[in-house]
Structures are given as structure tokens and as C-alpha cells.
Design a protein around this ligand. Structure first.
Ligand code: ADP
Ligand code: ADP
Length: 232
């Protein structure tokens, strides 16, 4: 089954309001990356809230690996989907300790310390971060903070990675560098990237454009370039 299957979601935030999601469907198969894009107010946060079981849809179903999320405990949902938010939490400690301690992205499943250390070593080797690991995590830049949060999430090898506007708080240049790194580091991982920055999206397998609670376009970057509604 797909890792994540969203079908026919309808969500209304209040009686008499226009629906924030009006029949949204999308499928994330293992190993693929889907970007959910759309202007502010399109319904992106609402969709993530349904995935994280913070909001109950009026109708529609979300299945994780074939199981309706209503049949799963919240902890089970978090063990499958690990999120990266706009504003990652860091402990008052070194980068190394922030990586090794279970971050909020880790989910409830504690990973053996030896496994985490081995994965950290490999990651440090790849990124050359050995020189900065001793620095206080609260003094690093916004871009580095997001890389830290991503590394912390990846150390736990989550089956599904949710990236919620990871570049939102950053200036354009830093955001583009982060998105490039992030797309590089998540290659081959089952990922739902929610973003309104279109930089680098030629790398994802599918782009789903959400507007006013409805999917208005879907396809690869090459298919969507020039299509009205794809504001690339
Ligand atoms: P973003 O574009 O980053 O999702 P939003 O401004 O759409 O930011 O939403 C930020 C937060 O405020 C979200 O948690 C969303 O659910 C909430 N929110 C958005 N619009 C409203 C609203 N009209 N009333 C109450 N909460 C809202
Ligand atoms: P996006 O993340 O794409 O910016 P949202 O999901 O935050 O979009 O918002 C979709 C619509 O739902 C908007 O009209 C927003 O104002 C409304 N909305 C979002 N959250 C709330 C909320 N908690 N209460 C009321 N309205 C909300």
C-alpha cells in the first residue's frame, strides 16, 4: 500500500465557513517525494493537522501503510511520520548533544544510543560538521538549525518524513541553500514537503498544487512549468 494515502478530505474550521479542504486526495508511495505547494490560506497547514491527527475531517480518510489513522494511537502515527517544522526546538547544549538526545522529531521510539552514534559519525563524515559539533546549538544560524533538525530526524530513519515549510523563516539566499541541501539529503526517502518556495522542486517526484482547499494541478516540475496556476 502507499505510505500515505489521503482521500476526499473535507475540513471546515467552523459552521458556515467555506471548507479549508474541499475534497483533497494525494498519494505518497514509498521512496517518493511529493511537494504540496500553494499560496497562504490554501489549506496546507490544515492538511498537515489532519495527518498529525490534530484536526478531525468532516469526511475523507487518511491511511498510513494501508491503515486508517483513526485506528492508530497518536504515538503510532508519530512513530511513522516525523516532522520538521519552521521553528525547530533545540536544547541548551552542544550540537552533538542535540543530535544524540532524542529531539521532538524523534517520535516515541527510543533508538539505541550506539545506533545513533554510528549514524551521527557517518553523517558528520559526509557533511564535515565535525568542526562545529561542540558549538552551543542556540548560537547557530537559522539555516544550520534546520540542518540540525533534519539530521536529528534522519538519525531515527523515519518511514515518512514531513517537512512543514522548513525554509519559511529564512532569507532567500539561505532558504535556497537549505532547500538544496534538504532535497539532496532526502533523496530516496518517503517525503511530504509542504512549501511555498518552488526552488529545487524539479527534484521531487510529484508536485501537488493546492488553492482554496482544492488540488488544482499535479505533476512534475517539467510538466507544470508554464501551466496557469503553477506560479513557478
Ligand atoms: P501558514 O501559511 O504558515 O500555514 P497561516 O497564517 O495560514 O500560516 O496559519 C498559521 C496558524 O494559524 C495555523 O496553525 C492555522 O491553523 C492558524 N490559522 C490560520 N488562519 C486562521 C483563522 N482564520 N483563524 C484561526 N486560526 C487560523
Ligand atoms: P495554509 O497553510 O495553506 O496557509 P491553512 O490550512 O492555514 O492554509 O488555512 C486554510 C484556510 O482555513 C484559511 O482560510 C484559514 O484562514 C482557515 N483556517 C486555518 N486554520 C484555522 C483555524 N484554526 N480556525 C479557523 N480558520 C482556520
Amino acid at each position: 500500500p502507499p505510505a500515505v494515502e489521503v482521500s476526499g478530505l473535507v475540513v471546515r474550521h467552523g459552521d458556515g465557513r467555506a471548507p479549508a479542504l474541499d475534497g483533497v486526495s494525494l498519494t505518497l508511495t514509498p521512496g517518493r517525494r511529493v511537494a504540496l505547494v500553494g499560496p497562504s490560506g490554501a489549506g496546507k497547514s490544515t492538511l498537515l493537522s489532519v495527518l498529525m491527527r490534530l484536526v478531525e475531517p468532516e469526511s475523507g480518510v487518511v491511511r498510513l501503510n494501508g491503515t486508517d489513522i483513526r485506528e492508530l494511537a497518536s504515538d503510532d502515527v508519530r512513530a511513522v511520520m516525523t516532522g520538521l517544522t519552521q521553528d525547530p526546538y533545540v536544547f541548551r547544549a552542544s550540537l552533538r548533544d542535540n543530535l544524540l538526545l532524542a529531539g521532538p522529531e524523534a517520535g516515541p521510539d527510543e533508538l539505541a544510543e550506539a545506533v545513533r552514534r554510528a549514524r551521527l559519525d557517518r553523517w558528520v563524515e559526509r557533511t564535515g560538521w565535525d568542526t562545529v559539533l561542540g558549538e552551543d546549538a542556540r548560537t547557530v544560524s537559522g539555516g544550520q538549525l534546520q540542518r540540525l533538525a533534519l539530521a536529528r530526524a534522519l538519525l531515527h530513519d523515519p518511514p515518512v518524513l514531513l517537512l512543514d515549510e522548513p525554509a519559511e523563516a529564512l532569507d532567500t539566499e539561505t532558504a535556497e541553500a537549505l532547500m538544496a541541501d534538504l532535497l539532496d539529503a532526502t533523496r530516496g526517502r518517503t517525503t511530504l514537503l509542504v512549501t511555498h518556495r518552488l526552488h529545487g522542486l524539479e527534484q521531487v517526484d510529484e508536485i501537488v498544487v493546492l488553492e482554496n482547499g482544492r488540488v488544482t494541478q499535479r505533476g512534475t516540475h517539467d510538466e507544470l512549468v508554464g501551466v496557469p496556476g503553477y506560479y513557478g
